[in-house]
Design a protein around this ligand. Sequence first.
Ligand SMILES: [Zn+2]
Length: 322
Amino acid sequence: MSALATTTTTNNAEEAKPKLSEPIVRRLWAMAHRVVEPRSLGWALRKWSAFNECVVAYELREKRIALTIDDVPSEVGLMERMLDVLCEHGVRATLFVVEEFAAEPERREVLRRALAQGHELANHLVRDESPANYSPAEFSEALERCDRLIASLDPGWSEHRPKWYRPPHGFMNEYMKGHLKEKGYVAALADVFPLDTEVRSVDWLVDFVKSHVKPGSIVLLHAPDVRDAKNGKHHKRQNNIQVLQQLIPDLKAMGFEISTLTDLHHAFHRTQQEDQLELLANPLEDADDDRDDVDALVTLPDDDLGDVPVNADSNHRTSALL
Ligand SMILES: [Zn+2]
């Protein structure tokens, strides 16, 4: 039987409990970030071929970041509350859809509302599980199933370039990399993940994001309630609605513009074009004084997938990080 055969989940599934106590998890996560920031880790991961076309963050001067929410859609009422908060603050986000979570028509309706509100949908396969054991055929089928769902909701989907994919559980391999590229996808990881899958404290989650966010960051949060494909357990993350309620005004007060991944991607391209025009206007007289600026001038990217920054020469610091 295919690993993707439909599973049944029950509404009264047992609530999942975090494996470690929360204070320990928080301390370990903060400590790990003191040792190495995910952006620097991104540079290291570039050496690992399966990941070398993923995006972790963009190098940007402008204080713009992307808000991404995984494991969408949740239970309808909670999703609507989350969308209300985003709407109230005028924020558009990238929502990574798990195809099986949108089985009920009411949930697909919530996704339509999200699109109408200006959010973009993106591919997070069929289930909230690691695809590490998927055969190539199973991976292709899972990508395609979620792609078909999004196409049925978003009339502009087939023209969308790049289409965004978030690897469930961060798993990538060579086959996935090649197949994603062929299908017009770019895999996006994130450089600011407050571990909201384990931590419930709203204040801690808000502070974590605020203290790690930088221009060009990709912030990852999760939908308010998630069912585990393996054991049907419920991960209740309603606290994330409150996190967004507190976090968005704080980030704005810090001067950050919050946008979708596509907007962040375009902002990066715009900056590249401006830098290139500036170089043409002021040829290299002061190049030796400022090697960084020279390094920043890589090939002028267009809007087609072939020129997305992830494909830029990895020696250039303007390439999107890992
Ligand atoms: Zn997920």
